[in-house]
Design a protein around this ligand. Structure first.
Ligand code: KIV
Ligand code: ZN
Length: 505
């Protein structure tokens, strides 16, 4: 029988560590429910000790998700372990993900600990953790740059003291597939003499090899793979869930394995994440990119018309890229709207649903057809609203090719009003400067992307931007039929995120 590969998804922990990817608690819950529906076996929901917001998110996800195990990250300290336990106390399937760095460079410059001290810390923490958890995963951070003999020593220690899963992280994406495969084989052969355990791998994508390394590890005995949807994560990201799953499926002749992932839900779940994080995928991104099923050259078009498989190794419907037939507009009722949300695995509570529906009607009044992208934007902005943030009351912009662009804004927060005006190099620049001056802030605009959502002249404009305040990157995304308004809303959203993080992190 084909071997089962456990999918451990860390979109909500390692993925969220990508600069600008932080999500609100409600957004994380919605994403966790979508990942559960997708068939992920273990969802790493966050790092509870790191902030009250992280704790709350892990706790709520642990209460709502029923079919996937929920993991929480922990350093090797009793306080961290206790925080994961407290967050997941009522969840019988809770998983503790315990990590400590083991490579020489991390030992010397980060931990400032000897090998002996690290072994002692791991032993003590695991002994303590065993009282609270049935499932314990141990990760030696930067394993691929750790001396093999020391790595094996610490992994044996972990197994003897209660770890049930050993996870090998290629933390800095340093490994090369063939080498990584051999490395995993050696670890597997050695450790299986100690006791039964699950061998997991966790690959980063700094050299673009995260998926290739994960596949090599599966061939060498790994039965759990850690992934993120859309490959989001620190720096170049993590092994992309969709790329791994489709490699296993398309090349079943090589990998005789199966997973619980429902591939037809991959695309809708990815779309939800794209809207929540505001990260737009490149057109050529494997599996989900806009160009993946389009053919430009005449020869290719001819081939595909005669037989799709000449240039397509998978079917769009296998990953849920179906053409929408239901046109949503002003006359669509709550039932149709709810159905559309269901297609994306979105289950809003009553209050959120009513707010989303009201926004949908507002947009439908402005444009004839409301497409899926519009609806996902509505949902992500409703889930992402941070209470008590700055709100845009009004703005005026004067612009033209023969005058200096200027903007006036009025922003409110509770009872307080902030009004200011400014000129700029263009209407958006003037508007951002007016907001800076009203709020007495000086963010640095690092990234600004504007994109039409849907087709035709009535398409809405979506603005994704990243600002930097005090060295922190903050993402903002907004959508409107007016691109200047979308810019102001996205900018304010990023600023609100700054205050929100400042409050909690
Ligand atoms: O990349 C890494 O090493 C990690 C660990 C916490 C597993 O994310
Ligand atoms: Zn990682």
């Amino acid at each position: 029988m084909a071997k089962k590969i456990t999918i451990f998804d860390t979109t909500l922990r390692d993925g969220e560590q990508a600069p600008g990817a932080s999500m609100s608690v409600n957004q994380k819950i919605e994403m966790a429910l979508a990942l559960e529906r997708l068939g992920v076996d273990i969802i790493e929901a966050g790092f509870p000790i790191s902030s009250p917001v992280q704790f709350e998110a892990v706790n709520k996800i642990g209460q709502k998700v029923k079919n996937s195990k929920i993991a929480g990250l922990s350093r090797c300290t009793k306080e961290d372990v206790k925080a994961v336990y407290e967050a997941l106390r009522d969840n019988k399937n809770r998983v503790l993900h315990l990590f400590i760095a083991t490579s020489p460079i991390h030992r010397k410059y980060k931990l400032k600990k000897s090998k002996k001290e690290i072994i002692k810390t791991v032993t003590e923490t695991l002994k303590y953790a065993q009282n609270y958890f049935n499932f314990i995963e141990f990760s030696p951070e930067d394993a691929t740059r750790t001396e093999l003999d020391f790595l094996l020593q610490i992994l044996r220690t972990a197994l003897i003291n209660g770890a049930t899963t050993i996870n090998i992280p290629d933390t800095v994406g340093y490994a090369i597939p063939h080498e990584f495969g051999q490395f995993i084989k050696k670890i597997f052969e050695d450790l299986k003499k100690t006791k039964d355990f699950t061998l997991s791998i966790h690959c980063h994508n700094d050299l673009g090899l995260a998926v290739a390394n994960s596949l090599a590890a599966i061939q060498s005995g790994a039965t759990q793979v850690e992934v993120t949807l859309n490959g989001i994560g620190e720096r170049a990201g993590n092994c992309a869930l969709e790329e791994l799953i489709m490699s296993l499926k398309v090349r079943k002749d090589i990998f005789d394995v199966h997973t619980n992932i429902k591939t037809e839900l991959l695309y809708p779940t990815s779309k939800l994440l794209q809207h929540i994080t505001g990260f737009i995928l490149p057109r050529n991104k494997p599996i989900f990119g806009e160009n993946v099923f389009s053919h430009e050259s005449g020869i290719h078009q001819h081939g595909v018309i005669s037989k799709k498989e000449t240039y397509e190794i998978m079917k769009p419907e296998t990953i849920g890229r179906v053409v929408e037939t239901l046109v949503m507009g002003r006359h669509s009722g709550r039932h149709a709207f709810r159905n559309k949300l269901k297609q994306y695995g979105i289950s809003l509570n009553k209050k959120e649903f009513e707010r989303a529906f009201a926004k949908f009607i507002e947009i439908a009044d402005k444009k004839k057809e409301v497409n899926d992208e519009d609806i996902l934007s509505i949902v992500s902005s409703i889930l992402g609203k941070e209470a008590n943030g700055y709100k845009l009351k009004y703005f005026y912009v004067y612009t033209g090719n023969s005058l200096i662009p200027s903007a006036t804004v009025k922003i409110i927060k509770g009872e307080n009003e902030f009004i200011s005006a400014s000129t700029g190099d263009g209407p958006v620049d003037a508007l951002f400067k007016a907001i800076d001056s009203a709020l007495n802030l000086k963010p640095r605009l690092k990234e600004y992307v504007i994109q039409a959502i849907g087709k035709g002249k009535d398409a809405q404009g979506q603005v994704n931007l990243t600002i930097e305040i005090e060295g922190k990157c903050l993402n903002g995304k907004a959508i409107s039929t007016d691109i200047v308004e979308a810019s102001a809303l996205a900018y304010l959203r990023a600023i609100n995120r700054y205050y929100w993080q400042k409050m909690f992190f």
